[in-house]
Design a protein around this ligand. Structure first.
Ligand code: SF4
Ligand code: SF4
Length: 462
């Protein structure tokens, strides 16, 4: 694609970088066929090629972007299906990330939109605030019709109840069972640990059972992904720097072989820290090092080798529809590994038709673009139903919260199944179903708990 940025414009490192990306696009249009928003809306400007043209014109222009340009870029899910399809290797992720920052800096949204986006960035990323907000949302539900329509998705997406905080949220070291073969820092995260604390608990049990010492480093928290996708770059980089500092301290103190991540949206961002902080002389090297250590938890278990499945779980041959999150399959190019692990754990794994199409979760997309997200959700649920599964597995909390309320089968995290199959408790979502399903899974239920950390049975804050 031809570009004509001025030397002054190219003096900005972000614009210079985006120009390189733009020049790799041959406008062949292959990517359009796999774009979920093009599929739904049939408008070239709601497909990747159209957005690339819009971004080029926006970055080349002097003033704030046009409202129509912002509309089409806002409708992009950042699902990155276009990157998987593109034969020319166009890095659409870096381009659209830059576009979102540009819009955030130069465009004045209507006040309600501004307030909502600010609220999401300030609340969802902080577990204590998010927990309070969810409780308030639950209380406010009966009065939903009196509240601004823009807040409706926040109320409808809130769970029926908020789980208690887990000991696994606190900083601590969880020793490996048997010989220590690896040492990994677990990303404690933000929204996931509030909505589904059992995922971090299952991850710690699974990793320690397979010989990996797990550390939840003091000072680590949100990875910055959520604010990054909102274009709130200063906040995103502050989260990234805090995590990098926490993990660098841990690396210096006890060594680290990996950063273990169990939310693929976060994994995509942390693996990109080196790029995000490339212009920061104080952090560029550290960020690249941390990005190089980042692994999805299934990648770590692949390295360690999965233990033999418990006979009582394997004997059931439960049929698992594997929903490959976009950030897993397109963002990190991880697809076969989790399915092979589930098959090795004794499950019958089936692919979901149209598996490359996003479920509509996409971080905060389902809150900001509820109509499009709702259509993608229904489409995904219909495709999942076609596989007639006993349960659905995925590696991203966003997809779980998007799909679980309407799915006919329980939706669980992949690590919960791997943990259950190798000696852990039955996943909470399955336990709830089993209670009303003639004890289908009851035989192997154990007490769900996180293993003691090095300080004893009550995990300590270090
Ligand atoms: S497939 Fe790649 S090269 Fe072709 S239009 Fe899309 S982004 Fe450009
Ligand atoms: S990231 Fe997804 S929604 Fe956005 S242009 Fe690419 S395929 Fe379409």
């Amino acid at each position: 694609m031809r570009t004509d940025f001025s030397p002054e414009q190219l003096a900005d490192p972000d614009t210079a970088q985006s120009e390189k990306v733009l020049r790799t696009c041959t406008h062949c249009g292959f990517c359009t066929a796999t774009c979920p928003t093009y599929l739904l809306l049939g408008d070239e400007l709601d497909g990747p090629r159209g957005r690339i043209y819009l971004i080029k014109d926006m970055l080349a222009g002097a003033g704030p972007p046009a409202a129509d340009t912002v509309k089409h870029i806002d409708r992009c899910l950042s699902c990155l299906a276009c990157m998987t399809t593109c034969p020319s290797g166009v890095n659409y992720m870096h381009l659209v990330d830059h576009a979102r920052r540009w819009i955030e800096e130069k465009y004045r949204r209507p006040w309600a939109e501004r307030a909502l986006r600010r609220l999401l960035g300030l609340v969802v990323t902080r577990p204590s605030r998010f927990r309070i907000a969810l409780r308030l949302a639950i209380l406010a539900r009966p009065f939903a019709r009196f509240l601004p329509a823009r807040l409706m998705p926040l109320l409808t997406m809130a769970p029926a109840s908020v789980p208690a905080a887990s000991p696994a949220d606190r900083a601590g070291v969880y020793p490996a069972q048997g010989e220590r073969r690896m040492r990994a820092a677990l990303l404690a995260g933000c929204a996931q640990r509030v909505l589904a604390p059992e995922i971090n608990e299952a991850t710690i049990r699974l990793l320690t059972r397979h010989g990996c010492e797990v550390v939840v480093a003091p000072g680590s928290g949100c990875c910055g992904s959520l604010t990054h996708h909102l274009g709130q770059e200063a906040a995103a980089l502050a989260f990234a720097r805090a995590d990098i500092d926490a993990w660098e301290r841990e690396r210096a103190a006890g060594g680290l072989d990996a950063i273990a991540i169990n939310a693929s949206g976060c994994g995509t961002t942390i693996k990109d820290y080196g790029f995000m902080l490339r212009e920061d002389p104080a952090y560029a090297d550290k960020a690249a090092r941390i990005a190089g250590l980042a692994r999805d938890v299934t990648e770590i278990i692949e390295t360690l080798g999965l233990g033999a499945p418990a006979p009582e779980v394997a004997a059931r041959r439960l049929r698992v529809a594997y929903h490959s999150a976009c950030s897993m399959q397109h963002g990190q190019r991880i697809d076969a590994g989790p399915k092979a692990l589930l098959a090795g754990a004794g499950f019958e794994v089936v692919d979901v038709p149209e598996g490359h199409i996003c479920c509509g979760s996409a971080g905060t997309y389902n809150l900001l673009q509820p109509e499009l997200a709702g259509k993608l959700r229904l489409r995904k649920l219909a495709n999942i139903a076609r596989t007639r599964p006993d349960l659905v597995a995925t590696g991203n909390i966003g997809c779980i919260t998007q799909l679980a309320p309407g799915a006919a089968a329980p939706v669980v995290h992949t690590v919960e199944l791997l943990d259950w199959a190798t000696g852990g408790p039955i996943p909470r979502a399955l336990a709830a179903v089993s209670a009303g399903a003639a004890g289908q899974w009851r035989g192997s239920a154990r007490t769900a708990r996180v293993p003691p950390n090095r300080s004893g049975s009550a995990p300590a804050i270090r």
